[in-house]
Design a protein around this ligand. Structure first.
Ligand code: DX5
Ligand code: ZN
Length: 216
């Protein structure tokens, strides 16, 4: 039996002048999970949006919202993103002073706890937290911008994390440069969720693109 695959479009590549229409198109394409990239201009050299936009999106959709926090001092903002409607909150291990405490805090507040790693962070960093994780987000580009080229060396990190999971129930997602050309090698590592920004919204027919990405 084939493993379940999930495509989580990154809203960063959508048309922000008409989010209502974009969310309708996304849902009509059969998407059930959405990736929201929060950047603070400090952890990464770019600024995107905060809880206000997350809350606006949450009001428009029934999709599962995964909030990718690329921000310093993430736990200071957990509450705001949860109130805004995030279902999974993902923070960066490189940004946290207390990874176990932060993961536990998210679970205690009733959302899924996700941890993300930059391309050059050793996946072994996850070992102490394996039983506290609901989601691991492996970066396949350096965080900061959509539309970057997939870094093939990160396939090693994906394989390693699938191995570390060893039957545990958490999901593994891959983020950055995933498109019709790169997605097959990503699936081959055994991950569950592919985040697709430019490679999704760049299509004229989103339903067809969603299908093509699932069946690649
Ligand atoms: C990068 C973001 C990604 C990005 C994905 O910092 O975390 O989610 O928007 O976009 P593409 O698929 O265009 O690389
Ligand atoms: Zn992201």
């Amino acid at each position: 039996m084939q493993k379940q695959r999930i495509i989580s479009p990154s809203i960063l590549s959508a048309d922000f002048t008409n989010l209502t229409r974009e969310i309708k198109r996304i849902e009509a394409a059969g998407v059930t999970r959405l990736h929201l990239d929060v950047m603070d201009g400090r952890f990464v050299p770019n600024i995107t949006f905060g809880p206000m936009i997350v809350s606006a999106i949450a009001g428009l959709t029934r999709c599962h919202l995964e909030c990718h926090l690329m921000i310093k001092d993430p736990s200071a903002y957990f509450e705001q993103f949860i109130k805004a409607g995030a279902d999974t909150v993902i923070f960066h291990c490189e940004a946290s002073a207390d990874i176990a405490g932060d993961l536990q805090q998210l679970r205690d507040k009733g959302v899924r706890a996700g941890l993300s790693l930059k391309p050059d962070t050793d996946p072994d960093v996850l070992i102490p937290y394996l039983d506290l994780l609901d989601y691991v987000l492996v970066m396949s580009v350096y965080p900061g911008f959509g539309g970057q080229e997939f870094i093939s060396e990160t396939l090693i990190n994906m394989r390693k994390i699938v191995e570390l999971r060893a039957g545990r129930p958490f999901l593994i997602g891959v983020d950055g440069g995933v498109n019709l050309q790169t997605i097959r090698q990503v699936y081959e590592t055994g991950i569950d969720v592919a985040i697709v920004g430019s490679g999704f919204f760049g299509a004229g027919d989103l339903q067809q693109r969603h299908r093509d990405l699932l069946n690649a």
